[in-house]
Every structure is written in C-alpha cells, then in structure tokens.
Design a binder for this molecule. Structure first.
Ligand code: BES
Ligand code: MN
Ligand code: MN
Length: 457
C-alpha cells in the first residue's frame, strides 16, 4: 500500500495546479457583481470535495452566498472531524499595487501570489487535499465533515442560521480550522484565541448643505474638523480607549499568563523594520504581543468627506464619515460594545453637529483550550512534521463563526493555521509559501490519526 509521503510526492504538481484553478475564480463576497463567481467557486469546492473522497457534497443556497457541505462517514464509532474554511476572498483593491493580477496566480521564489492564496483558499484546500491523501491510501482515521462558507469576509451572516438548522447533520467531536497564522516555519505555533469585532460607521452632519468655505468658513462648524477631534479623543495620552465602559469586562492576564505569552519569539526591531515604521505604538504598559493578542483595540478603517478629487475646491462640507472597528477580548460582547460606542459618540458630539451611528457585522471573541485531546493531537501532528513542539499564541484577527460553533453546536475548535503574518492577507500581493501549503497537507492527516488514537485511549 502507498504511504502518505509517496502519494504526496507523486501528486505535488496536481495539488498545486488545482489550487491555481481555484485562485483564478474572483469569489469576492463583498461585491455583488461577483455573485456569479462566488457561486461557481462554491461549485468548484463541491466538486473538489467529491473528487477527494467525500461520499456526499452539496452546494447549499442561503440568503447570501452558498455554503458547501460535504462528508464521508466511515464508522459511527469513530470520532468525527468537522473542517471549516471559507472560499470567499477580500476585494483585491488597490489593484495598482499588485505586481501581478490578483486572480492570475503567479509562482515566484516558491510562493504563490493571488488574492485568497493564504486567506483562505490555500489553507482550506490543504484539508481537501489531505482528505484525498487519506482516502487514496485507505487510511482515514476519523469521519470527516466539511463546511466551507462564502461569507466569512462579510461577517458570516447566514452561517449561524445554517448551524441552527443543521445541528444533526453537523454533529462532530471537534472543529478543525486552518485560517490563522503561525510565527514561522522555524517556530511553529497554534493560535489559542481570536478577538471579537464590533464594526461601526459614523456620520457627522454640520450645515444642511455644502458651503463656500470663504463665505461661511470660521462661523459654522466643519464636520470634518469635528469628526477628527472626536476620533482623536478616543485614545488618551496612554493610548487607552476612552469609550465609557469599554474596559469594564476585560480581564487582566495573570503574571504567569503574561510571561507565557511574552516568551514567544518576537523581535521588535525586526517587526518595525519589516513594516517600515521608526517606532511602535500602542496601549501603555503592554507589549506588542499583548496589544495584538489579549488587549482590545479601536481602529479607524476609513475616513472621508468633503472634496477628494483632483486639484482644489474650497468647500465647507455638510458631512463627514468614518468606519471604526473595535477588536474585542474575552467577556466583551460585540453588541454591548456597539451600544457603549454609540452612547459615547453621541455624548462627545458638540451641539454644532448632529451624528448618526450604525453597527455593521461583528463577532465574539474566543479562547480555545490547550488541555484537550484535540489540541494535543494538533500539537503532536505539528511536532511530527516540523520536528518542533508548537507554541501556543493568541491571534489578533477574528473569525466570527468560531464562537457560534460552541454556542450552537457545543463544539470546541482547534485553530491549526499555516499562514505567516507577512502573507499580506487583505493586502496587495497576498501570497502563500508553497512549503507551508505542502506542510499543511502533510500535517493534517496526522491530526486525524492522532485525534482518533487519543480519543480511543
Ligand atoms: N482569516 C482571517 C482571520 C485571521 C487572520 C485570524 C490571521 C488570525 C490570523 C479572516 O478571514 C478575517 O479576515 N476575518 C476578519 C473578520 C470578518 C468579520 C471580516 C477580520 O479579522 O478582520
Ligand atoms: Mn480567513
Ligand atoms: Mn480574511
């Protein structure tokens, strides 16, 4: 019988070429003009699941983009691994900053460049290929279920309902996800937490129409100036967030937890150099790893208003806008934080303007256990293929559905990500190193093997 290694070595080109085809589909979930592409991407994922060995796979329609579900049940007495991933991608713009087309995958220096290469088509597809490896070599150790959605990048609005309506079909023992990153190939790691998200949009209105800035300027409040001041006041001199009640539910780490978190390899000078900044920034009293891993933040994602076209226009605009998102940590709730933000924003608005605040999609923070069988299986799988025990870390990003897997299905998650922080996810020139891709395909079958073995013991 063929070994995993034989099969993998013989099919390296196939694994790569199939990923390239998937990356060519511009499945941008945020842009309705791409709805046909998201639909055909869902179809392609379904076909890939069948080809890899799923006995059933289907494209499930939702009020938004379709969800792909597939499974192969081999023995009801064996544990079931539910793999989650997403086939939708972020918009590729700004296009002029890409070296090659975002949907024309190019391989340079052993890295594949395309939108979705890492987040999450490349990482999701490792699981499909790992299934192929196990299925072709007759070594499936667990029952497998796949749920690959098309709305992660727009807040997973319809997946929660799908979980509610398919509780029986989705019965499993663990959720396995590769949609996060590790420190480096030399320092493999497993993220053991994700932050939540509350995303707000604000509109500040001054005069009832755009005005001549000479005729009226100086006598009427400019909403851009007011909005800028309001935004600037949201961090104090220590870069603490000033939204009333924002930190009320945040729990400080114990000094042991802080020491453990900060023992992960991290070089601040390299970090600054890589990002082209002379100095780092953040909440006083916390390290960079703490600031992105276990502390909540408030970020401006966009700000606009007035004249931004070519040349100059002397205008005192009627309105100014901003998109502001907050990353949340355990015990903070996205809707509660949205309410606190709204109350605060209204409170600090001067009488010279009126404000409107709306809430976009959000998600709740999660912490995943490190003392579970599933975590230990992931740890052992990575140790097997990397020759190094992975370090537990806390990730700064968000995957809104993970909290719902626990809430709706009662399932814990293992975040076995193979991306790197410099993969440029959501940025121009997104890439995924081929060594990471192949390492993922190599490691995942060991997870299934060890999870089955350890569950029996
Ligand atoms: N895969 C990312 C999340 C991520 C990236 C977690 C790196 C940990 C490390 C995911 O696709 C993502 O981008 N999520 C969004 C949230 C969503 C509601 C738009 C995010 O974190 O901004
Ligand atoms: Mn992702
Ligand atoms: Mn993403």
């Amino acid at each position: 019988m063929q070994t995993w290694t034989d099969y993998q070595n013989q099919h390296k080109d196939k694994f790569l070429n199939e990923l390239i085809e998937l990356l060519k589909i511009p499945s941008v979930s945020a842009v309705p003009a791409h709805n046909g592409d998201t639909a055909s991407c869902a179809e392609a994922v379904k076909n890939a699941l069948i080809a890899a060995g799923c006995t059933t796979a289907e494209v499930c329609t939702t009020a938004g983009h379709p969800i792909v579900y597939g499974e192969k049940m081999i023995d009801p007495s064996l544990p079931t691994v539910l793999t989650y991933g997403h086939y939708d991608v972020q918009p590729p713009d700004p296009l002029d900053l890409w070296t090659s087309g975002p949907f024309e995958p190019v391989i340079t220096d052993g890295k594949i460049y395309a939108r979705g290469a890492c987040d999450d088509k490349g990482q999701m597809f490792m699981h499909v290929k790992a299934l192929e490896v196990m299925n072709a070599t007759n070594t499936l150790a667990c029952n497998v279920k796949f749920i690959i959605e098309g709305e992660e990048e727009v807040g997973s609005t319809n997946l929660g309902k799908f979980l509610e309506e398919n509780k029986d079909r989705l019965k499993a023992d663990i959720v396995l996800v590769s949609d996060t990153s590790m420190i480096s190939m030399e320092h493999p790691s497993i993220e053991t937490g994700l932050r939540g998200l509350a995303y707000m949009e604000v509109e500040v209105t001054g005069p009832n129409r755009d005005l001549h800035s000479g005729v009226y300027g100086g006598a009427v409040a400019n909403p851009i100036t007011i909005l800028s001041k309001m935004i600037a006041s949201m961090h104090d001199e220590n870069n603490h967030i000033t939204v009333d009640g924002f930190y009320d539910k945040v729990v400080e780490l114990t000094s042991e937890e802080r020491t453990a978190l900060n023992s992960a390899p991290f070089d601040l000078n390299e970090y600054k150099e890589e990002l082209g900044v002379k100095e780092d920034w953040g909440e006083k009293g916390y390290t960079s790893l703490e600031r992105t891993g276990v502390r909540p933040t408030l970020e401006l994602n966009g700000i606009w208003g007035g004249y931004i076209g070519e040349g100059a226009k002397t205008v005192l605009p009627s309105k100014a806008f901003a998109k502001i998102s907050m990353r949340l940590v355990p015990h903070q709730n996205s809707h509660e934080i949205a309410e606190l933000f709204t109350a605060h924003f209204n409170k600090i608005a001067p009488n010279s303007v009126t404000v409107k605040v709306t809430e976009h999609h959000g998600g709740e923070p999660v912490v995943t256990p490190t003392d579970s069988i599933a975590y230990k299986a992931a740890e052992k799988a990575i140790e097997t293929t990397f020759n190094k025990k992975p370090i537990p870390t806390r990730g700064g990003g968000s995957i809104p559905i993970i909290a719902l897997f626990e809430k709706v299905l009662g399932l814990k998650t293992v975040l076995m990500g193979f991306g790197l922080d410099n993969d440029n996810i959501h940025s121009p020139n997104e890439k995924f190193d081929l060594v990471n891709y192949y390492k993922g395909i190599e490691t995942i079958p060991y997870f299934h093997k060890y999870f089955a073995e350890m569950s029996k013991a």
